[in-house]
Design a binder for this molecule. Structure first.
Ligand SMILES: C[S@@+](CC[C@H](N)C(=O)[O-])C[C@H]1O[C@@H](n2cnc3c(N)ncnc32)[C@H](O)[C@@H]1O
Length: 391
């Protein structure tokens, strides 16, 4: 054992550690026992830590540990629980096998993995779903190979999925810390992001979830249901329906609407507000409601150009949505979703329900003045929420 722990401790201390795997559990095993443990470097708020991952057959549990905690845990687990350990460092690979008597045979071979970039410089971005680590749902959806390599043509999708998960990760503190999390994804389409949500909440965070993906296109819903069955996932289901139908009488904690077309976003926001969802994440798309209504002499230098009229209408729609959500008791931000390189649909409305809503008596006045400036009357979200109180 000593022969393995020494180089491990040294590599953790001198920055040459790349990753570690422990496998081949010893003896008879319960159904839900850990199959494998992996350890890799992560950077959390500028600090280098080691992500310790317990891999079960259907889920993973992650913990971020210090170097000394890693050595301590490996000393506990290697030999007694796992027969094999494989350490990858910048200089060498070290494979260790332990027998029942506690003896350890170590084989040293040339380094097979590239050393990580220095922690402080140019470190490769650590995604919540890292490249190089097999991820069954991404393989099933054609984003990754079985062994975790992202297909070249799916790099953008992979980045978008991880970016979205970072936003969800940020709002987790606003969701209940215990119990089942109820999530609705409006206009889920082929559900890359719905499955990603499930992965983040149910696999990475090991939470009980009930995720409902809704889309009016029954063909995509059939595909999602098929994928779900193939992956044998629990806590996620799909229904072919329109967003404005009543889908659940339960409390919904997180409501998501990503690129739902035009005013479908408003239908989703209104449903989420009526349910008093704790968090709403919505990426608006093709906002056509205001463009034909815009009628303002003061803005005519803008509105006489079709393209500028469309863009102004889209921005005004989202500004009004944010203001109406604030009026309904949500702290609302509009942030950039993904880089503009591939799509102009790059905004995300992030709304967090305030337990004690900050009532702003002037908000209604501001909304009406803004509508007057634009010369518009009908705002779908406002109409859908007429009479709704933020209490
Ligand atoms: C552009 S796709 C987005 C899919 C997915 N959310 C994403 O971001 O990858 C928009 C989806 O919204 C669905 N949709 C649009 N309006 C809807 C409505 N009123 N009710 C239900 N689904 C709707 C469409 O069928 C389509 O699948």
């Amino acid at each position: 054992m000593h022969d393995f722990l020494t180089p491990l401790t040294e590599s953790l201390a001198d920055g040459k550690f790349i990753s570690l795997t422990m496998s081949k559990p010893r003896g008879p095993r319960a159904d839900d026992a850990v199959n494998r443990i992996t350890v890799r470097l992560v950077e959390v708020k500028g600090q280098t830590l080691f992500q310790w991952t317990y891999q079960y057959s259907k889920r993973e549990v992650h913990e971020n540990l210090s170097a000394s905690q890693v050595t301590e845990r490996v000393a506990q687990e290697f030999g007694s629980v796992f027969k094999h350990a494989h350490l990858f460092t910048a200089d060498v690979d070290i494979a260790a096998r332990s027998n029942k008597l506690g003896d350890c045979r170590v084989t040293i071979s040339p380094a097979s993995k590239r050393a990580p970039a220095s922690v402080s410089h140019d470190r490769q971005k650590q995604y919540l779903i890292p490249e190089g680590q097999p991820c069954p749902f991404l393989h099933e959806l054609g984003v990754m190979t079985l062994d975790g390599r992202v297909h070249r043509s799916m790099q953008h999708k992979f980045r978008q999925i991880n970016r979205f998960l970072e936003f969800v990760e940020d709002v987790i503190p606003h969701l209940p810390a215990e119990g089942t999390l109820d999530v609705v994804d409006f206009g889920c389409g082929l559900s890359y992001l719905t499955f990603a949500l499930h992965h983040l909440l149910a696999v990475i965070h090991a939470r009980d979830v009930r995720i409902l993906g809704i889309d009016r296109n029954s063909q995509v819903i059939d595909r999602c249901t098929h994928t779900c069955g193939k992956l044998n996932l629990e806590g996620i289901e799909f229904t072919a329906d329109t967003i404005d139908a009543q889908h659940t009488a339960r409390k919904v904690h997180l409501a998501v609407a990503l690129h739902a077309c035009d005013t479908a976003t408003d239908d989703a926001l209104a449903q989420a507000v009526r349910w008093q969802a704790d968090v709403i994440l919505a990426a608006p798309c093709c906002q056509h409601e205001l463009a034909p209504q815009l009628d303002s002499p003061s803005l005519s230098l803008l509105t006489r150009h079709g393209i500028l009229r469309e863009r102004l209408a889209a921005m005004a729609t989202d500004a009004l949505r944010a203001a109406i959500l604030e009026q309904a008791g949500y702290r609302t931000q509009i942030i950039e979703f993904i880089d503009t390189e591939h799509t102009p649909k790059n905004l995300l409305l992030r709304a967090v329900r305030q337990t004690v809503p900050a009532i702003d008596a002037n908000q209604e006045v501001r909304i009406n003045e803004f509508k007057m400036l634009l010369g518009v009357d009908h705002i779908r979200l406002e109409e859908l929420l007429a009479g709704h109180s933020s209490e």
